[in-house]
Design a protein. Structure first.
Length: 391
């Protein structure tokens, strides 16, 4: 197994996901958390990757036109409504993109926004996270190889379609009922401060809900694809620390560490670039501040503590299982959860701990199962000195 790859996390050990594949009947918030729900201060869900591919056998005419996996996404929206999540953090690849015909791109955004309106009108605020299918375009190089590069005009199209969600204070207060604080659209990586090529406003942003800090990351900024702007992230976390938050959660599309199922030798997707140590610098900041990181990109659910063997405590939770074609083919894994549509249901407790439950259903739209649950306790390393190199 290559460096940076993760095998299936074992279950049944203290602090690790506990498997509980049982059908669930969702009847709202009461009794749904891990532990005592009486001290829950915020309740959110997260997943990503609902775009589809017109080459899929048996694709409906609707999905072939709008390139959204409508059936699993609609099912998950219904489930989230029943679970009464206050917010959904959608971790990118909500559209297929990769099209020079921008009319098609805009159509895909409009269709996804229409589906998300159901959540917004039913009590769940949708917080968007950019993915590679939103900001990149496949480009053929001089050697004939096709490489995906982020494009300035696609970053602008993202803002055109998502700016009203990032963040609408009046709608947030109406829907969520718990106000956010410390949101500043100017708090974002800039060419002057972070040696990047384009302004990242509304692609990178952060805010607090009570003593919880939430940071949204663009893992494919123009000129630095498959990276995170670590210098900004460190500044942002330091500022949150100074405000007295007791929990930090970050959301991005690409994961630092790929998941490779037992018995397989390859990952289904790429991950954050580590040729210059950038991935390690990013994860060092996550670890130093005791943060938790949710991502998409790999079309699978998988949770792990990537650096646990060397004393790491932070969790990476991949939930790129929102309807896109499964990255792990039939027969490549003995774990049935690797081919399930899944999402994370997270309840934040007053002490900063996170009660995480993973729900999902199979490709045949069978009953909803609780796939795992565990509690992420406040890290003993939180607020330690950060010695990471900025990249």
């Amino acid at each position: 197994m290559s460096r940076g790859a993760l095998a299936q996390t074992p279950v049944g050990q203290m602090g690790e996901p506990q498997s509980s594949a049982k059908p669930q009947q969702h009847r709202g918030v009461k009794g749904r958390g891990v532990g005592n729900d009486r001290d829950v201060v915020f309740h959110f869900s997260t997943f990503g990757d609902s775009r589809t591919d017109r080459r899929i056998k048996g694709i409906t005419a609707q999905d072939k036109l709008y390139l959204t996996a409508t059936a699993p996404l609609a099912r998950m929206i219904k489930e989230l409504n029943a679970q009464k999540s206050q917010a959904l953090f959608f971790n990118g690849d909500m559209i297929m993109g990769y099209d020079n015909d921008l009319t098609q791109v805009q159509r895909q955004y409009a269709y996804w926004r229409g589906m998300m309106a159901t959540l917004m009108e039913s009590g769940t605020y949708v917080v968007p996270v950019p993915g590679n299918h939103e900001v990149q375009m496949p480009t053929k190089g001089a050697d004939g190889q096709v490489v995906k590069y982020a494009q300035p005009h696609l970053e602008n199209i993202w803002r055109e379609n998502m700016s009203d969600l990032i963040l609408d204070e009046a709608r947030w207060n109406q829907i969520v009922k718990t106000p956010f604080t410390s949101f500043d659209i100017r708090n974002t990586p800039t060419p002057a401060d972070d040696h990047i090529q384009t302004d990242q406003s509304q692609l990178y942003y952060s805010f607090d809900v009570g003593k919880l800090h939430l940071a949204i990351l663009n893992t494919d900024p123009v000129g630095a694809d498959s990276t995170v702007v670590v210098s900004w992230l460190k500044r942002d976390f330091e500022a949150a620390k100074a405000r007295g938050v007791n929990a930090i959660v970050a959301f991005g599309h690409k994961m630092p560490y790929v998941y490779i199922p037992q018995g397989s030798t390859k990952a289904s997707e790429d991950s954050l670039e580590n040729a210059t140590g950038q991935r390690d610098a990013f994860w060092n900041v996550i670890e130093s501040f005791g943060a938790t990181y949710f991502s998409g990109h790999e079309h699978v659910y998988h949770a792990s503590q990537p650096t646990k063997e060397t004393g790491g405590e932070s969790w990476q939770v991949i939930v790129g299982s929102g309807g896109s074609p499964f990255g792990i083919k039939k027969g490549e894994s003995k774990n049935p959860q690797d081919r399930m549509y899944a999402w994370a249901d997270v309840k934040v407790h007053a002490n900063g701990s996170l009660g995480v439950k993973i729900f999902g259903f199979d490709e045949y739209m069978g009953p909803t199962l609780e796939l795992a649950h565990w509690r992420i306790q406040p890290s003993s390393r939180r607020w330690s000195s950060t010695n990471s190199n900025d990249h």
